[in-house]
Design a protein around this ligand. Structure first.
Ligand code: AHR
Length: 510
């Protein structure tokens, strides 16, 4: 059996983990909103048409913040269409996803849903086809107490109390030509700066998220952030970036190493923040808002490699029959392997807790999501639900520095240790919680935990995500094909813990 050691001293911390690391995202895309979180007439819908079964899982996942309404959708969206009497709301062509938007569900429905679900809304404004006055008006509609046109209209529409939305995204992926109203870095900077100014005039307490680079293949990667942040640094609180991992032709080992690719990606965003701060002698710090991340295998279309994605429009990326209402697109069916990779990505989030404050698993329901609903029927948890659930349940406290001594495996990103841990200290429970990936595809690994300064710790729990068939998936009929398994602790004093081959593990020491 291969052996690995993970050493941690209680004096050496990476950073405090923000609860917002376990946030998510709902977009008007496919069946995320319609027949996802909202389905009037469904047997389990409440008086507002919200699916209670979905809400229960959102509560189980303890999702703190949910971003809305897009995504690419927001760059074509006029928020006015989604307020007021439903029968008067217009049907529009949604250019982003070649779908029909009925506008039955809008800002008010989302904020009311969020309140019931116990989540904090994060709104994105349209800086593509939208204008800066509309962005200011939306802040007024949501946050101003009353006595003005938009705030009084909110009250008339059923919400006298302001929603007090704190987090606001200044557009979505504005760097990309697939975005309706895509801008150059310079033009985005001007527009975002003016939008930020107006939005903060309306409510100075809001926190703003600026669009950063998300796609490493774009020639503007990182230059975009440098140009934009040089002007916007002092107006914003977060730099947004997105990261999707795809299993297409690169082989299992490289797919598994996605945690390292995400780590490089996050560190690049952190470096550009530091560069702009240093270059301009700025004082404050801004954090990263990874407001879209997940495994996304583009199962709607057949791809042999990631390169084939380049140049495709969002229309071509889906198998959408054009201009349907809530078409069943981007409904990924996640495998055990995908779930292990999502667990690995979660380890990277924890190990970057010093720079990433918000991270949104994209998305929440039906669209590249941990929850799948059946229209007019039940629901089930996709394989990726389980690692995300474990992260949101146990991933609280301080991420500690670790030193890992282990054999390496080879992948396109270089030689990496066969184990990838994130070690957390939870002060309230005095527990050490370890999330660890065993990347060895052939063998179990003996993982020796060497702790200094934590007192005497015993192994209390060992949960694992593994199996012999990495292609198994959950479905409505087979809901428990992929679940977390609890292993028997044979000797709680033995901190040399055996990690099954190619597995994602949660180990609790107390
Ligand atoms: O989450 C799906 C899409 O991925 C979002 O609309 C967009 O922001 C990203 O490209």
């Amino acid at each position: 059996m291969k052996k690995a050691t993970c050493f941690s001293d209680k004096h050496y911390q990476i950073g405090k983990i923000d609860d917002k690391l376990y946030s998510s995202f709902t977009e008007h895309l496919g069946r995320c909103i319609y027949t996802g979180i909202y389905e009037p007439g469904h047997p389990d819908a409440d008086e507002d048409g919200y699916r209670k079964d979905v809400m229960e899982l959102v509560k189980e996942l303890k999702v703190p913040v949910i971003r809305y309404p897009g995504g690419n959708f927001v760059s074509c969206y006029d928020w006015h269409d989604g307020i007021g009497p439903r029968e008067k709301r217009p049907r529009r062509m949604d250019y982003a996803w070649a779908s029909i938007e009925t506008n039955e569900f809008g800002i008010d429905e989302f904020c009311r849903w969020a309140k019931k679900a116990g989540v904090e809304p994060m709104l994105a404004v349209n800086l593509g086809t939208g204008n800066i006055k509309d962005a200011g008006d939306l802040v007024e509609y949501c946050n101003h107490p009353g006595g003005t046109y938009w705030s009084d209209l909110r009250a008339k529409n059923g919400s006298p109390e302001p929603y007090n939305i704190k987090y606001w995204c200044l557009g979505n992926e504005m760097e990309g030509s697939w975005q309706a109203g895509h801008l150059s870095a310079e033009d985005y900077t001007k527009k975002a700066l003016e939008a930020a100014k107006i939005m903060k005039w309306v409510d100075p307490s809001i926190k703003l998220v600026a669009c950063g680079s998300s796609y490493e293949m774009l020639p503007t990667y990182m230059d975009w952030d440098r140009i934009m942040l040089t002007e916007l640094y002092n107006q914003v609180d977060y730099l947004s970036t997105h990261n999707y991992t795809m299993n297409a032709g690169q082989g299992i080992t490289n797919f598994l190493a996605a945690y390292k690719q995400l780590d490089n990606h996050i560190k690049n965003s952190a470096r550009v923040i530091e560069y702009v701060k240093a270059k301009n002698h700025f004082n404050k710090d801004i954090k990263i808002c990874l407001d879209e991340w997940n495994v996304w295998n583009f199962q709607d279309i057949k791809l042999d490699s990631l390169d084939e994605l380049q140049g495709l429009t969002t229309f071509e990326m889906t198998s959408a029959g054009k201009w349907e209402i809530a078409p069943p697109i981007l409904q990924e069916k996640y495998s055990l392997l995908d779930a292990i990779v999502v667990g690995g990505l979660g380890i990277t989030l924890l190990n970057n807790a010093d720079v990433v404050e918000i991270a949104c698993l994209a998305q929440l329901v039906n669209v590249i999501a941990p929850i799948t609903t059946i229209k007019n029927g039940g629901l089930f948890k996709q394989a990726i639900y389980h690692p995300f659930h474990m992260l949101s349940r146990y991933g609280h406290g301080i991420t500690m520095k670790t030193i890992v001594d282990a054999p390496v495996y080879h992948c396109d990103l270089g030689d990496l240790p066969i184990v990838e841990p994130a070690l957390i200290y939870n002060q309230e429970s005095d527990e050490v919680r370890i999330f660890v990936l065993n990347c060895d595809r052939e063998e179990e690994v003996e993982f020796a935990v060497s702790l200094q300064g934590y007192g005497n710790k015993k192994v209390k729990k060992h949960l694992v995500l593994d199996g012999n068939d990495y292609e198994i998936r959950n479905s409505y009929e087979n809901q428990n094909h992929v679940v977390m398994k609890e292993l028997e602790i044979k000797d709680e004093n033995n901190l040399q813990i055996v990690l099954p081959k190619m597995s994602w593990n949660v180990i609790i020491l107390s």
